[in-house]
Ligand binder design. Sequence first.
Ligand code: PAF
Length: 276
Amino acid sequence: MQRVITLPDLRSARLSFSGTVGLVPTMGYLHEGHLSLIRRAREECDHVFVSIFVNPTQFGPKEDFARYPRDLERDFRLIESFTDVVWTPSAEEMYPQGYQTWVEVEAMTKPLEGAMRPGHFRGVTTVVAKLFNAVQPHKAYFGQKDAQQAAVIRRMVRDLNFPLEIVVCPTTRELDGLAMSSRNVYLDSEQRKAATVLFRSLSAAKELYEAGERNAEKIRGKMRDVLAGEPLAEPQYVSCADYDTLEELDEIKGKALLSMAVFIGKTRLIDNFVLG
Ligand code: PAF
């Protein structure tokens, strides 16, 4: 595995590979969820690039940028046997002095995560566009866990004619259903137990849907009821939205996205299920 930091080194590494390239963009502190994306890229592409960059522009001023977990040596060990190039750009090179160019997807970034984290998706789409420009991959891999992020990036790729395919891979879960996330490390043992409430709440809503319920407010109500049963959980939003537009539904007719953001202590967790 080649480790590169600067853009010129990244470009010369990229030029040395012919055949298809898959990119897995990450913010590091890798877990099984990331590894499953890298494995999928390995299966589908001749070469695999992984980027590790804790992107400052997607964190709000009160968010966890400074304390976001980082351990590059551990990340390298985890991926070295099945990654061709790992790129760890610096913030100075990604956002040089005087930086003022942004990529922004409009309506789809307003609800859900966008409403709770103003500016978040502008930071995500800008950095992902920069990663795509630098690596020029044939395919890029993202997790379904960040459902809105995946939808927004698919939209950006279509709108800006990036010549690549976005592959969205299933959420990887712990045995008790908790979606894997680098932020799970913040949870103490009591909070870790409480955190399964997201999965329990989504599962209860899915059961209701499978029993024939199509009223979106009843489905949201079921998710809220289960969350209310967990004293450590403070829900931020609960949503049953159209899968493509992310607009809240009255009635579920086609594919729907159930999603939620919940604070467990100071840790903000998100999760989602797709219905239909
Ligand atoms: O999902 C993430 O880890 C980040 O949002 C991404 C896509 C690497 C952009 O910084």
